[in-house]
Design a protein around this ligand. Structure first.
Ligand code: TNX
Length: 515
């Protein structure tokens, strides 16, 4: 017998007896985890209908069953990390021991799932026993593309609730792309006046996040131990920005805009890039990153770097002159120089670790491009994360065949998606190992973890988004949290079915997601 938890914890044992959620309950927590304890109280009230009483630790709790938090850093080894926790469930008490606030927070997510399962299944009785738990990877993320289609703040908060319940700790926020610019930058108002929108009249589509809204999301996520990592794309995937500021492109001419929905900014002119030969481009990008770094407090900035449209820089006299000036031989070397320069800016001027998609930093035409020093390499094709690790970089493995949630989960949905998308069923997500099989043992610690990627070209609304995310995100949580040996798909499906029946997960409740 095992507890019904997703992701599966590292160690657990069920014993006889049960802790009843019925009736009076108190929660004793030190001030350092007061917010987390309050979230537990709110969740238990929602699930059981009973209010739990929050008390300071050490107060006596006569005649009342108690959930008690203890900070026990010394009982955890360094290898456990700050996210580890232990839970002991006895007939009259649930004891939480954690190395720090993150561990206490994950213990609470576990208790919430246990309570949801107990209410749905066992008349509110949580079986006695214990759980010792810690994540397999420190980087457990979801990438959300808000550029191709826009999601309102309220929905993103629900998504963050969902990530928290699954013990995911990064929201990588893709804020800019060819199809839209979503982040308010005060120095460049045309980004949100113009680049955040496409179409006209009744067909106008778009939106953006004010700095205040972004700060609100950062704080909401931080309270749930999730870091929000913003991504500003360069040197490609930038048509929307060039529509607002055409002087940053090679031609410097206004963009011709089409009327084909999400691809309006690319269908007439193709995909463009920032001009690598104009100093104004670097002034712009640095100005943008200055403000973004002021809004987001994570120690990372994602600066894109993927899929530069080829052949444009070769045609541009300014880019050709830059090539000569910097002693470079090809467009791909120029891209390497561009990304090195911006990565350096992140590190030296902003004190942030740059993260890059590395498709073009590893496989430049002449293989001379190389990764910027101190950058984290996010791989999305097979082989990239292993190669980046061999080059000495820390890496996030988002191999698209296993983690791209824009790909169809079901054969029946394939006709609605382009041919290059492969099928990504729930079971395949579940079987993913972020550590590439070919990677030498000694380099494996360089794999920080993984992110699933929710690209949104084909997900224009909430219903579509939730259909693509759920329940694959649930399976993904086990990929990045649980030990590889603990995985068994059939048994996972039983836990998933129970939690879907219990309505545990905030997203996708309305969907018959498993069918
Ligand atoms: C590739 S992965 C892209 C995205 C697309 C995605 C569609 C990456 C860094 N770039 O721009 O949305 O494929 O699956």
């Amino acid at each position: 017998m095992k507890y019904c938890l997703i992701p599966q914890p590292v160690q657990q044992e069920i014993r006889s007896g049960a802790f009843s959620l019925d009736g009076e309950l108190s929660i004793a927590a030190p001030a350092s985890v007061a917010g987390t304890a309050a979230m537990l109280a709110a969740a238990l009230r929602r699930l059981t209908g009973h209010a739990a009483i929050l008390i300071p630790p050490g107060s006596s709790t006569p005649h009342r069953r108690c959930i008690a938090f203890h900070e026990e850093a010394e009982r955890f080894s360094d290898g456990d990390g700050a996210e580890a926790y232990r839970l002991t469930i006895a007939p009259s008490s649930v004891t939480v021991e954690a190395a720090g606030p993150a561990g206490a927070f994950y213990a609470v997510q576990t208790i919430i799932q246990l309570a949801a399962a107990a209410v749905a299944q066992d008349r509110g009785q949580i079986p006695c026993g214990w759980i010792h738990d810690r994540p397999r990877f420190p980087w457990r993320g979801l990438m959300l593309d808000s550029a191709r289609h826009f999601q309102p703040v309220a929905w993103i908060k629900r998504l963050i609730d969902q990530l928290a319940l699954l013990k995911l700790n990064r929201l990588h926020w893709h804020l800019t792309d060819d199809q839209g610019w979503r982040a308010q930058v005060e120095r460049y108002p045309r980004l949100t006046q113009i680049a955040a929108w496409r179409g006209s009249g009744g067909d106008r589509y778009g939106g953006f996040y004010t700095q205040e809204q972004m700060r609100d999301i950062v704080a909401y996520a931080a309270a749930r131990h999730i870091q929000v990592v913003p991504e500003i794309e360069m040197p490609g995937h930038c048509n929307a920005a060039l529509y607002a500021y055409p002087e940053l492109s090679c031609s410097g001419k206004p963009l011709e805009v089409g009327d084909r929905g999400w691809s309006a900014y690319t269908d007439k002119v193709g995909r463009l890039a920032f001009c690598a030969g104009r100093e104004a481009v670097f002034e712009f990008l640095e100005g943008v990153l200055d403000e973004i770094a002021g809004v987001f407090d994570a120690p990372y900035l994602h600066i894109g770097g993927d899929e530069r449209p080829k052949g444009l820089w070769e045609q541009c006299p300014r880019c050709r002159a830059a090539l000569v000036r910097h002693g470079l031989r090809s467009e791909s070397e120029l891209q390497g120089w561009f990304m090195w320069r911006m990565a350096d800016y992140c590190r030296r001027s902003l004190g942030r670790t740059p993260i890059l998609w590395v498709d073009e930093m590893l496989w430049g035409d002449d293989r001379k491009v190389g990764l910027p020093a101190g950058a984290i390499a996010q791989g999305w094709h097979a082989g990239e994360s292993a190669q980046a690790a061999r080059l000495g970089a820390a890496t996030i493995n988002s191999n698209h065949e296993w983690t791209y949630f824009d790909y169809p989960a079901f054969e029946r949905d394939q006709p609605t998606r382009p041919d290059w998308m492969c099928l990504l069923p729930l079971e395949k997500v579940y079987q993913f190992d972020p550590v590439p099989a070919e990677l030498e043992e000694s380099l494996r610690p360089r794999v920080l973890g993984s992110e699933a990627a929710m690209w949104t070209e084909y997900t224009p609304n909430r219903a579509e988004l939730e259909k693509q995310l759920m329940p694959r995100l649930v399976a993904f949580s086990e990929v990045v949290w649980s030990p590889m040996e603990a995985r068994c798909f059939d048994e996972f499906m039983k836990r998933l079915t129970l939690h879907q029946g219990a309505g545990t997960f905030p997203l996708g409740r309305e969907l018959s997601a498993v069918a």
